[in-house]
Write a protein that binds this ligand. Structure first.
Ligand code: HEM
Length: 393
C-alpha cells in the first residue's frame, strides 16, 4: 500500500482536497495516509463495500478501546449512548425507536414550514452585501431541527454554540482547549436536555422528544441517558452538515453560473443530488475491522482501522463520467455523502427536503444573487464547509 503524506491542515488542501484524492486513488483502492496512520480509500466500490460489510463497524473492539481522559468524560458519556457510535444490538434498538418517531410523513409535512421560514429569512436579508451563512444556511437547519424536536427556537444560538464546540472533538489535531470547550458544551447541553425531557414527561406535546419518550413507554425503553444522547445527536447531526451543504451548494451554483432552470420543480431533485455528490460537507468516516477480511486485495485484521473518503468516492471516474464537472443534469444514482449500510444517515430525507425547498426559493426571490468575494473553506477537516459566503442581490 502506497504511503502518502498530506497534512489535513495544509491551506491548499483545505481549500481544495480533490487533487490529493485524485492522486491517492491513482495508487489503487487503498493508500496509507501517514498523517492519520491508517489505510484510506477514495475508491467508490471499496467505500461502498466497507460501509455495508458487517465485519466492519464504528464501535472499537473492546481490546482497542482507548482510555478516556477524565477531562473528556462528559463528552464520551454522551457518545456511549449515541447510535452513531454503536453497533447491533444496541444500534438497532436506538435507531428503530428514532425511526418510529421520525417518520417519512412527519418529514414530508415540513415542506410548507421550510418554505415559509425561507421566505421570512429572505425578507430579513440586509440591503447591501452580506454573509449568506448566518443569514440563511445556518438558520434553516437549526430552526427546523429545533422545531421538530420541540426545543424552543430561542435556544438556536445555544444549540449552535454547543454543537460547534462538540464538533471540535472530531477535528484533525485537536488541542486540549478544544477538548475542554467540547466537554463544557456537552455538560451544558446535557443539563438543559435533562430538565427539558422532565418537563415534556409532565407536559407531552406533538414533538419528537415527546414521541421518543412515548417510544420509551412502549416496552422497548429508551433510558433518560439514551434520550439525551439521541437528542444531542439529532440536534447536532441535524444541522452541521446541512448548513455546509447549503453553503457549498449555493457557492457551486453561483460559481458555475448554473441556469435557474436547474432549480425548477422537475429538475431540483437531480440538482440537489449533484450538489451533495460534487462538494459534500463531510469527507471522512472511519471503520474498525472486527475480523480478518479482504477487500479489493487488501487484508484487514481485527482491530485495524480504515478511513472512507466520501468526497473522493463521489468523484471516482469508475462511477461518474467527468466527475470534476458539476452537472445538474446527471442521472440520479447513489453517492456516498450520506454513507451507506447500517449507519446510513437518518436525516437524509430531511436534509434533501431542506435543500430542495430552500435553494430554489433563494434563487427565485434573488435572481441577481452573486458572489462578492471568493469563498474560502474553513480549516476544519474532515468537515468541508465555508468560513463565510459573501453575496449581494
Ligand atoms: C446534508 C446533510 C447531511 C449529511 C451530508 C449527513 C451525512 C451523514 C453520514 C455520512 C452519516 C453516516 C456516518 C457513518 O456511517 O459513519 C450520517 C449519519 C447520521 N445522520 Fe446525517 N447527514 C446530514 C443531515 C442529517 C440530518 C438533517 C439529521 C437529523 C435530523 C442527521 C442525522 C443523522 C444520524 C442520527 C446519523 C446516525 C445514523 C446511525 O448511526 O444509524 N443527518 N449522516
Amino acid at each position: 500500500m502506497t504511503p502518502l503524506t498530506q497534512s489535513p491542515k495544509d491551506p491548499e488542501f483545505v481549500q481544495n482536497p480533490y487533487p490529493f484524492y485524485e492522486a491517492a486513488r491513482a495508487n489503487g483502492p487503498f493508500f496509507h495516509w501517514t498523517d492519520y496512520g491508517m489505510p484510506c480509500t477514495g475508491n467508490a466500490t471499496a467505500v461502498n463495500a466497507i460501509f455495508r460489510d458487517r465485519r466492519f463497524g464504528r464501535e472499537a473492539p473492546p481490546e482497542n478501546a482507548f482510555a478516556i481522559a477524565p477531562h473528556t468524560a462528559a463528552f464520551y458519556a454522551v457518545e456511549a449512548h449515541s447510535m452513531l457510535e454503536l453497533e447491533p444490538p444496541r444500534h438497532t434498538r436506538l435507531r428503530s425507536l428514532v425511526l418510529r418517531a421520525f417518520t417519512t410523513r412527519r418529514i414530508a409535512a415540513l415542506g410548507p414550514e421550510i418554505a415559509a421560514l425561507t421566505h421570512q429569512l429572505i425578507d430579513a436579508f440586509p440591503s447591501g452585501g452580506f454573509d449568506l451563512l448566518p443569514h440563511f444556511a445556518t438558520k434553516i437547519p437549526v430552526i427546523i431541527i429545533a422545531r421538530l424536536l420541540g426545543v424552543p427556537e430561542a435556544m438556536a444560538p445555544d444549540l449552535l454554540r454547543w454543537s460547534n464546540a462538540m464538533v471540535g472533538m472530531y477535528l484533525a489535531g485537536r488541542a486540549r482547549d478544544a477538548e475542554d470547550r467540547a466537554t463544557a458544551a456537552t455538560e451544558a447541553f446535557t443539563t438543559f436536555l435533562r430538565a427539558y425531557i422532565d418537563a415534556r414527561r409532565a407536559r407531552p406535546a406533538d414533538d419528537l422528544i415527546t414521541h421518543l419518550i412515548a417510544a420509551e413507554a412502549e416496552g422497548e425503553r429508551l433510558t433518560t441517558d439514551e434520550l439525551i444522547s439521541t437528542c444531542i445527536l439529532l440536534l447536532n447531526a441535524g444541522h452541521e452538515a446541512t448548513v455546509h451543504t447549503i453553503g457549498n451548494g449555493v457557492k457551486t451554483l453561483l460559481e458555475t453560473a448554473t441556469p435557474h432552470a436547474a432549480l425548477a420543480p422537475d429538475a431540483v431533485e437531480q440538482t440537489v443530488e449533484e450538489i451533495l455528490r460534487f462538494d459534500p460537507a463531510l469527507h471522512m468516516f472511519t471503520r474498525w475491522a472486527y475480523e480478518d477480511v479482504t477487500v479489493m486485495g487488501h487484508t484487514f485484521h481485527r482491530g485495524d482501522r480504515v478511513a472512507l473518503l466520501l468526497a473522493a468516492a463521489n468523484r471516482d471516474p469508475a462511477n461518474w463520467p467527468d466527475p470534476a464537472r458539476f452537472d445538474p443534469t446527471r442521472p440520479i444514482k447513489p453517492h456516498a455523502s450520506f454513507g451507506a449500510g447500517l449507519h446510513f444517515c437518518v436525516g437524509a430525507p430531511l436534509a434533501r427536503l431542506e435543500l430542495q425547498v430552500a435553494v430554489p426559493i433563494l434563487f427565485q426571490r434573488l435572481p441577481g444573487l452573486h458572489l462578492t468575494e471568493t469563498p474560502q473553506y474553513a480549516d476544519v477537516y474532515h468537515f468541508h464547509g465555508l468560513n463565510c459566503l459573501m453575496v449581494a442581490r
